[in-house]
Design a protein around this ligand. Structure first.
Ligand code: ATP
Ligand code: MG
Length: 140
């Protein structure tokens, strides 16, 4: 399988509870390398641009307000099949459905406040990485 990069976000519910290190350990233990990382505060508009695909969903307002409710850690993860591997480490969107040992099973508070985001395909990963990082910030 090819070496890929994927965009990960540690969401405000997790930064608020000081879980950045525990979540990063899950990524590293799974063989994913954190090749770029920064802690930022999104505006509601910036969160809305990022989750534009969900604009028509009933939870869009709740989602963008939550994503702007505190700092997030945006990061680029690299490794073999990184997009899928990260989705496996994250677990299902709803923590009630997430497999034991996954980030969402261990840390998520609800389907909305679910601790992490991960790109869902290599194409969206490339777009999402470019949304947050310049080429100069990706040193490998
Ligand atoms: P993400 O895109 O954040 O990695 P995902 O791909 O598992 O999550 P999506 O269907 O893309 O799930 O939903 C994006 C985000 O919107 C979810 O992670 C969650 O924070 C929020 N969300 C999804 N469904 C609901 C819902 N029914 N109620 C509230 N929030 C929701
Ligand atoms: Mg998604």
């Amino acid at each position: 399988m090819a070496i890929e990069r994927t965009l990960s976000i540690i969401k405000p519910d997790a930064t608020r509870r000081n879980l950045t290190g525990k979540i990063n350990a899950k990524f590293e233990d799974a063989g994913l390398r954190i090749v770029a990382q920064k802690r930022i505060q999104l505006t509601i508009d910036q969160a809305g641009m990022f989750y534009d695909v969900h604009r028509a969903r009933p939870f869009f307002g709740e989602l963008t307000e939550f994503m702007a409710s505190g700092p997030v850690v945006v990061q680029v993860l690299e490794g073999e099949g990184a997009v899928l591997k990260n989705r496996e480490v994250m677990g299902a969107t709803n923590p009630a459905d997430a497999a034991p040992g996954t980030i969402r099973a261990e840390f998520a508070e609800s389907v909305g406040e679910n601790s992490v985001h991960g790109s869902d395909a290599p194409e969206t990963a490339a777009q999402e990485i470019a949304y947050f990082f310049s080429g100069l910030e990706l040193v490998g």
